[in-house]
Ligand binder design. Structure first.
Ligand SMILES: CC(C)(COP(=O)(O)OP(=O)(O)OC[C@H]1O[C@@H](n2cnc3c(N)ncnc32)[C@H](O)[C@@H]1OP(=O)(O)O)[C@@H](O)C(=O)NCCC(=O)NCCS
Length: 177
């Protein structure tokens, strides 16, 4: 379990399934993904995240707001499952329910995930990527101090050619240890 002043990043609990399904069914949260998720798809995503945690000992953790105990989404680290010019690598990622945007939570939680990645896992570099039109997510990457080199941008291999979300920006941050 990881903690920040306002958040807890922890393993997934059965009670997270319902609010996670609601968040994954929200077209605004899922605007930069190919589709919203059904309840079953959302539950399957939790299972894939859990299985990633069993393999790697880190994952996209469930995030709880400390002041209320509410489940607000996920923030964490993941080994991307596709091949690209920068893989294998570890990415930092986030997805929060709309009512928890605009509070600095994504940046606060991701900072802690990156600290854990560098100090505890011993990574030298952590990356992040998103559809080039996902400006909110790109703003988080910039706030985290991640750097962007246009030459690293790529077409996501899971999306068909010409898909509006295909072009992805690529950011990275290095450990200074
Ligand atoms: C991407 C996402 C996590 C960004 O959330 P966010 O709330 O905009 O990002 P942050 O947590 O960094 O919050 C920053 C905002 O909180 C505001 N804020 C308010 N109180 C704050 C505080 N105490 N500390 C820091 N920022 C604060 C900032 O001013 C900023 O507001 P702005 O957007 O008006 O400039 C969110 O939009 C999301 O979940 N999107 C859907 C999923 C997604 O696209 N994920 C990425 C796919 S790769």
């Amino acid at each position: 379990m990881l903690q920040t002043p306002r958040l807890i990043l922890r393993g997934w609990q059965p009670s997270d399934r319902e609010p996670f399904a609601r968040l994954n069914a929200d077209p605004e949260v899922m605007k930069y993904f190919p589709a919203t998720l059904s309840r079953q798809e959302s539950d399957e995503l939790i299972e894939r995240i859990e299985s990633h945690r069993q393999t790697h000992n880190f994952c996209f953790w469930a995030v709880e707001e400390r002041s209320t105990g509410a489940f607000i989404g996920f923030i964490g680290l993941k080994v991307p499952a596709f091949e690209a010019h920068f893989t294998p690598t570890v990415e930092v990622g986030w997805r929060l329910a709309k009512e928890f945007w605009g509070k600095g939570y994504a940046t606060e939680g991701a900072k802690e995930a990156i600290r854990y990645g560098f100090e505890t896992i011993g990574l030298n570099e952590i990356v992040s990527f998103t559809a080039q039109i996902n400006l909110r997510s790109i703003a988080v990457m910039k706030r985290l101090g991640m750097t962007h080199n246009q030459a690293d941008d790529f077409n996501h291999p899971s999306l068909p050619s010409g898909h509006p979300l295909q072009r992805h920006v690529f950011f990275r941050i290095q450990s200074h240890a």
